[in-house]
Design a protein around this ligand. Structure first.
Ligand code: IMP
Ligand code: MG
Length: 186
């Protein structure tokens, strides 16, 4: 069996945020979102692929308000570093129109802010009833573009994090906790 995709075959990065801490924070974020959208017809959650897929799955299952799930994909971090730092490319759009819908963008992490700023411009131009953001992690030290973070899980220092959906070169995404990847493990 090829071992490249297996998390178990790789050394484990040290824990920054444990499974228990993530579980508790996701539950309280879901409660905040439930309260913020109480009485609204339907919320459209738009997960930003690939990094948000695990966070979105856990968050959506905690919500008690009516909601549907969509995905959108943008160019990866690596692509952008070789081009202009602030150019984000749309790889896959949502399947359905969002005009007059309450939209919540769900991101794994806000680093420079360019991805979320781009997505807010793109989706904001489609006349949603409202457009807010929910991000699990934020690295304020790296901010280049300020974007409103309406629902935020954790603020973290400027370190490379993996696990719970986040990767380094497509590895570590299915690690159950958020680990800090030291330079010697990259
Ligand atoms: P931004 O456009 O610079 O805010 O970058 C956001 C995207 O970069 C995230 O959605 C991630 O895909 C990626 N990214 C930034 N920092 C990390 C990290 O520490 N680990 C994994 N992915 C990251
Ligand atoms: Mg992302």
């Amino acid at each position: 069996m090829p071992e490249s995709a297996s998390v178990r075959s790789m050394p484990a990065p040290p824990t920054l945020i444990s499974e228990d801490e993530i579980r508790a924070r996701v539950a309280s974020l879901a409660a905040e979102i439930d309260a913020a959208y109480a009485g609204k017809d339907q919320l459209v959650l738009i997960g930003v692929l690939k990094g948000s897929f695990i966070f979105l799955a856990d968050l959506a299952r905690r919500l008690t308000i009516p909601h549907r799930v969509e995905f959108i994909a943008v160019s990866s971090y690596g692509d952008r570093e070789s081009e202009h730092a602030d150019s984000v490319r749309l790889l896959m759009d949502v399947r359905h129109a969002i005009d007059s819908e309450h939209v919540l963008l769900v991101e794994d992490i806000v680093d420079t802010g360019h991805t979320l700023a781009y997505l807010k411009r793109l989706l904001g131009a489609r006349s949603p009833a409202s457009l807010r953001t929910c991000t699990l992690l934020h690295k304020p030290d790296r901010t280049e573009q300020v974007v409103d973070l309406d629902f935020l899980g954790f603020t973290i220092p400027d370190v490379w994090v993996v696990g719970y959906g986040l990767d380094y070169a497509e590895r570590y995404r299915t690690l159950p906790y958020i680990g800090e990847l030291p330079p010697e493990m990259r």
